[in-house]
Design a binder for this molecule. Structure first.
Ligand SMILES: *Cc1c(COP(=O)(O)O)cnc(C)c1O
Length: 338
């Protein structure tokens, strides 16, 4: 089984998103191991393409890529300054007054940034908290001030404008670089771009960036093929019975590899070049069964993620989002980087 990751497509998607926000610096979000695709490969490639601002969720994710990037790369940690964290060479995005005071006491003179909550109620200082420390925080010289949109993938959602106006009210006149937009926010237009944008999923080929180039191809190897008579069962729970005499191939990956079990019985397909072969029966831990009756010849490999069935199509079938499909992809695949 092989996971092919097109680094050139990631770089091209980043450039396309950056071009939509020409007035802003385009950072790159490489948290969760670059959405499961390998931050050790993705971050240096983006740096080589000119990206200087990176975002990770956790300090240890930042430490993992710090040695791979030259010193002028800024690595921002979205969880901020957690107690006991080693933030050497990293920039914590401070989310609360407690984080701010901890950070300034322990890392005086070291770079930091501020996250404000503008309505999502997940991370960041609320307006009153910010008001209380704003002068002191600005005097300490934050690298930037950011917030995050809850509904940017729905352009008409009223929360977008409400969060934008809350962000302006909290930051107008601060004279510090500002950042509000991830992939969805970039697509909302220039009002949302400020000084830096933070694309993640769109770089990796996911919605809401519909123009993204596909990044991932996932091919599974056929272990065995068998003839199954009409009426016989296939797989756990006997959830599928052959409606006709058919030929079933068993391929070498399953839910332990991030191929969600909730895909079972919902119309997911594997592709032999352009020919669709339905997944039948339940997705098992290490195996999937596929109806290949209509193929003239069964190839060595069948594709689960490809141009015919991109990550968001698979996500729809499984009842989730492309982000979860990507970050679920397991560690057992042989990975090839293009
Ligand atoms: C994950 C994340 C991003 C990137 O979001 P995408 O939707 O993947 O572009 C940007 N900013 C913050 C704060 C995030 O948590």
């Amino acid at each position: 089984m092989g996971l092919q990751i097109d680094i050139a497509a990631i770089v091209a998607n980043h450039a396309a998103l950056a071009a939509l926000a020409p007035g802003a610096r385009a950072a790159a979000v490489v948290k969760a191991d670059a959405y499961g695709l390998g931050a050790d490969r993705v971050a240096p490639a983006l740096y080589a393409a000119g990206v200087r601002d990176f975002f990770v969720a956790l300090a240890h994710e930042g430490r993992a890529i710090r040695p791979l990037l030259p010193q002028d790369a800024r690595i921002n940690v979205l969880s901020g300054h957690m107690e006991g964290a080693d933030l050497t060479g990293l920039t914590p995005v401070l989310n609360s007054p407690a984080q701010f005071f901890r950070d300034r006491a322990m890392r005086p003179g070291q770079p930091f940034a501020i996250q404000l909550d503008t309505g999502m109620n997940r991370l960041g200082m609320e307006a009153a908290e910010w008001g209380a420390i704003r002068d002191e925080a600005l005097a300490a010289g934050p690298a930037f001030i950011m917030s995050h949109l809850a509904c940017a993938d729905e352009p008409d959602h009223p929360a977008n404008a409400a969060q934008l106006s809350a962000f302006c009210a909290m930051t107008d006149g601060c004279n510090v670089p500002r950042s509000l937009a991830a992939t969805g926010g970039i697509l909302l237009g220039p009002d949302y771009h400020f000084d830096m944008v933070r694309p993640g999923v769109g770089m990796y080929g996911g919605l809401p960036f519909a123009q993204a180039r596909g990044v991932v191809t996932l091919s599974l190897r056929v272990i065995q093929t068998r003839d199954v008579r009409r009426g016989e069962m296939v797989g756990y729970g006997a959830s599928w019975h052959a409606p006709r005499d058919c030929r079933i191939a068993t391929v070498d990956a399953g839910y332990a590899d991030g191929i969600l079990r909730s895909l079972s019985g919902k119309g997911a397909q594997l592709f032999a070049a352009d020919v669709a072969c339905p997944v039948v029966g339940r997705v098992s831990m290490d195996l999937i069964t596929v109806d290949v009756t209509d193929l003239d010849a069964v190839p060595d490999r069948l594709d689960l993620i490809c141009a015919h069935q991109p990550i968001d199509r698979l996500a729809d079938i499984a009842g989730t989002i492309g982000y979860e499909v990507l970050t679920s992809l397991g560690l057992r695949y042989q990975r090839t980087y293009l």
